[in-house]
Design a protein around this ligand. Structure first.
Ligand code: G6P
Length: 372
């Protein structure tokens, strides 16, 4: 009913508007004096001290959250992190054991593929930690440790606020592990914590400043048959997530690519008028990566692509290169994905809405897939 939607046109619109709170609530009670302290992990240091690798398993959007998390967790903890789709994991006799921490991510906590992978990991001696949005769900009950995301109930089939909460929980976990293992200096950890605490306000800014414009583009693009998404580094899984949302909601062909891969194949797809979203990395963090992505934009634009760039405020270099620039506030290294994803959620929702589709109940999909 409209009441449940709190006056919003759809649960998805409501849930996108709740992305700031999803992050804020996931942080709440887990930061003390600039340090990450996760009460649920009290007394569980053993899970983190004896390990030499982390494998993240999940499906769908949760797996893209895992791919985002990999970069920061590896950097902060110096533990190698692999991300694997849950349904691929257990059928290849993975090399796991007591030195492996398997981190599962699931909004519902009931996804059968993910549950079976967690059980497999336990049976093969790995330690297991569940990042889950649903209290008391099956996957957390089957795990050695739980870090709940506090995004609140997510009703729309396509996951949005849970995604930003999952990335937040992974970063909290990474900082927790870094502290327990003594590898992240306190001042550095405090800087990351400050970045996390600033995210809700920055997401709110994007919703306020850019949402109407993005919905307008989506409306103009209602007849588009294919959209491509390019990203690099932490922007790469965001490109994948942007494409997934468009497939799920608007039923159009959409594909995400690593920007560096363009010349190894995908550039052949570029025809005049092809819309391409490009997530532009911050020039403050890597002038080199920024330059490379700008040159990718030049290459596709020279072939007629219509480029919609997602770039940080003040990045002037991107302006003359792209057809449209969507701005996100400045953020520290690893934190931009929590911002860059927001315009893509809005875009997919806007395009599906412009096509007259039901964004809460896309065809053929279920919110929670409880069969293998
Ligand atoms: C389904 C949903 C997706 C979700 C995936 C994983 O496919 O349609 O939106 O990302 O399941 O769900 P989970 O509950 O495990 O996060």
């Amino acid at each position: 009913s409209a009441a449940d939607k709190g006056g919003w046109s759809s649960f998805m619109a409501k849930e996108v508007s709740e992305e700031p709170e999803a992050v804020a609530n996931t942080l709440r009670g887990r930061i003390r004096d600039g340090e990450v302290v996760i009460p649920e992990l009290d007394g569980l240091d053993d899970l983190f001290t004896g390990i030499s690798r982390i494998i993240v398993i999940a499906c769908g959007t949760a797996a893209y959250a895992g791919q985002v998390g990999k970069y920061a967790i590896e950097q902060w903890t110096r533990i190698p992190v692999d991300v694997e789709l849950a349904h691929e994991f257990r059928y290849r006799d993975p090399v796991i054991g007591p030195d492996t921490l398997v981190v599962s991510i699931s909004q519902s906590g009931e996804t059968m593929d993910t549950l079976m992978a967690v059980k497999y990991a336990r049976e093969h001696g790995a330690k297991t930690l569940s990042i889950c949005n649903t209290q008391g769900a099956t996957i957390p009950r089957e795990s050695d440790a739980i870090v709940y995301t506090h995004a609140g109930p997510e009703v729309a089939v396509a996951s949005t606020k849970a995604f930003v909460a999952q990335v937040t929980a992974l970063y909290l976990m990474g900082l927790h592990v870094g502290r327990v293992r003594g590898v992240v200096p306190a001042d550095e950890a405090a800087a990351h914590v400050a970045e996390l605490e600033a995210i809700p306000g920055k997401i709110a800014q994007i919703l306020e400043r850019e949402q109407p414009r993005i919905e307008q583009f989506a409306h103009w693009m209602a007849d588009t048959r294919s959209v491509l998404f390019l990203g690099r580094h932490v922007g790469y899984p965001i490109a994948l997530e942007g494409a997934l949302k468009l497939k799920e909601l608007a039923y159009i062909h959409a594909e995400g690519f690593a920007a560096g891969e363009l010349k190894h194949g995908p550039i052949a797809l570029i025809e005049p008028g092809q819309p391409v979203f490009v997530i532009v990395p911050s020039p403050r963090q890597s002038a080199e990566m920024h330059k490379k992505v700008i040159s990718s934009i030049e290459e596709i634009r020279a072939r007629g692509a219509r480029v919609i760039a997602i770039a940080e405020e003040g990045d002037a270099a991107v302006l003359p290169k792209a057809d449209e620039v969507l701005r996100i506030p400045l953020a520290g290294p690893f934190f931009e994905p929590l911002l860059a994803v927001v315009p893509l959620h809005i875009f997919a929702m806007g395009l599906a809405t412009a096509k007259g589709l039901d964004v809460d109940q896309p065809r053929n999909l279920a919110k929670s897939v409880t069969v293998e």
